[in-house]
Design a protein around this ligand. Structure first.
Ligand code: NAD
Length: 500
């Protein structure tokens, strides 16, 4: 391991407004992007301009790829046990920077500080899991596959990988991938969401301080042009993507066409099925937290409650009453349980869905449209909204709203409810609330979403279990996290040996 380096600075060239212009991290240094156009990073709680983000493209990506390719041979030859020592150092730095990172995450994203803390904990969990790679990367061997002939499999890294990440978990999602990929011996590029690039930059600052060799990890800012630069670059062996389903599908197709490995995690519309034998109070409380946590901007949010038989009426009243208790405001303030949505444009989009639901005949049992935070009149706030009498054919039941809007739907029987879930084109996560083991088992057996909760609101696999959905929520074969990550970031080389 190399000696600790000089601290890296995140400061970029100052512009007239004195708002910082963000830099890329390439080959162990913060450097200016070649971009000529820039986006804005704003604090959703109060609309304050935080930074200008360069909208890089193929030139910036190529610079990062060249640095990653240059670093690859030496990094690949570094024994895994030495590679993970950098991750031990990073873990220590992440623990020390825990509060700073949570605060950056809340400032650029808007989620509450407790939600940011949970996501930073999950970030560190992934570093912990990747530290196990000297064990999990091991191959298999068998003597005498034929007389005097032995066979071994060894896992080998593949080169340069890249991650393209969404806005909703700025610190955590890049780290669903990076620690695993580099511990396997690959070098890496992150293209964070242009809406929330600063949490990832803070982690890169910590990785720099942990002494990771130049070029092993790189960060490039941008949006579609940078993504296309990654998908088309011949020097990149594989891509991990997380974002909306249309973009996930596009990334999957374009990267696969260029012969890359791809895992593309897409959008979600997660149903929670409530059986008449469920503990209604708990089901309502947990589903409300699940739907409105992170202002509904969570791929694991339960966004549709499907009440079976008498459970429908029992849930409606409780859900509305639970949702009314939610305190909305600036996520840094104590007592606030729901922050703003990510942007003014996204707020408008969510409002559009509420209009759509009204037009289609759903009942707006709780209307959060007019919520304003008196202390932050420019923030992108919405109160919680609850639609009842929702039917499966409505747009609000079909499309991902990704905001604080809960849809409540009725099913006559368990089978009818299962059919509704199975008909939906997305399949990220789902939950069932019941006191019947048989119903829970049957639900797990029949429905496709790959992350399932039984009396749990957010079925979030931890870093040592596979993470990823099914149907239109996932394009690829190998999930994120755990030993799946080792499968994705390595090739299994089989050697068959005979000695004379
Ligand atoms: P998004 O699809 O708009 O953006 C994701 C990434 O793709 C960003 O880095 C963005 O710069 C890039 N991008 C956007 N449009 C592009 C285009 N046309 N061509 C190429 N690249 C493009 O997603 P988002 O709004 O940032 O994030 C929210 C979405 O992510 C939701 O749909 C949510 O369900 C999903 N998500 C899924 C998971 C999961 O595990 N399945 C986890 C988190 C978020």
């Amino acid at each position: 391991m190399s000696a600790p380096r000089e601290p890296a600075t995140l400061a970029g060239p100052e512009v007239a407004t004195s708002v910082r212009t963000l830099q890329n991290y390439v080959g162990g240094r913060w450097i200016d992007s070649a971009a000529t156009n820039f986006g804005e990073v704003r604090n959703p709680a109060n609309d304050q301009l935080l930074a200008r983000v360069p909208m890089g493209g193929a030139a910036d990506v190529d610079r990062a790829v060249q640095a990653a390719l240059k670093a690859y041979p030496a990094w690949r030859a570094t024994p895994p046990v030495n590679r993970v020592r950098y991750l031990f150092a990073l873990k220590d730095k992440l623990e020390r920077a825990f509060e700073d990172l949570a605060r950056i995450c809340t400032t650029e994203h808007g989620k509450t500080i407790d939600e940011s803390r949970s996501s930073v904990r999950r970030t560190i969990d992934n570093v912990d899991q990747a530290i196990a790679i000297p064990t999990t990367i091991q191959g298999r061997a068998m003597e005498d596959i034929a007389h005097g002939i032995d066979c071994t499999t060894m896992r080998q890294p593949l080169g340069v990988f890249a991650a393209i990440t969404p806005f909703n978990f700025p610190a955590m999602v890049p780290m669903w991938f990076l620690p695993h990929a580099i511990a396997c011996g690959n070098t890496f590029i992150v293209k964070p969401s242009e809406r929330v690039p600063m949490s990832a930059m803070k982690i890169f600052e910590l990785m720099h301080d942990a002494g990771l060799p130049e070029g092993v990890v790189n960060l490039v800012h941008g949006a579609k042009d940078a993504v296309d630069g990654i998908l088309d670059h011949p020097g990149i062996a594989g891509v991990s993507f997380v974002g909306s389903s249309p973009v996930a599908h596009y990334v999957y197709k374009r990267a696969a066409e260029k012969g890359k490995r791809v895992q593309a995690l897409g959008g979600a519309k997660n149903f929670v099925l409530v059986m008449p034998d469920a503990d209604m109070d708990r089901a309502a409380q947990v589903s409300t937290e699940s739907c409105f946590g992170c202002a509904g901007e969570r791929c694991l949010a339960n966004s549709v409650v499907l009440g079976v038989g008498a459970a429908y009426d029992a849930m409606v009243e409780r859900l509305v009453s639970e949702a009314k208790k939610i305190k909305v405001g600036d996520g840094t303030e104590s007592g606030v349980v729901m922050g703003p949505v990510i942007s003014r444009a996204h707020r408008e989009k969510v409002l559009g869905y509420i209009e759509q639901g009204l037009k289609e005949g759903a009942t707006l049992a709780l209307d959060g449209r007019s919520y304003k935070d008196p202390k932050n009149p420019d923030g992108y706030y919405l109160g919680p909204s609850v639609f009842t009498n929702v039917t499966p054919d409505m747009v609000i039941a079909k499309e991902e709203i990704f905001g604080p809007v809960l849809c409540v739907m009725k099913a006559g029987t368990f089978d009818e409810a299962v059919a509704i879930v199975k008909r939906h084109e997305l399949g990220n996560a789902s939950s069932i609330f019941t006191s019947s083991g048989k119903a829970a088992r049957e639900y797990r057996y029949q429905v496709e979403p790959s992350m399932l909760g039984v009396n749990i609101g957010v079925a979030a696999p931890m870093a040592f279990f596979p993470f990823g959905g099914a149907k239109g929520s996932f394009f690829g074969d190998i999930k994120a996290h755990g030993t799946d990550a080792v499968d994705f970031y390595t090739d299994k080389k089989v050697t068959i040996t005979r000695w004379f």
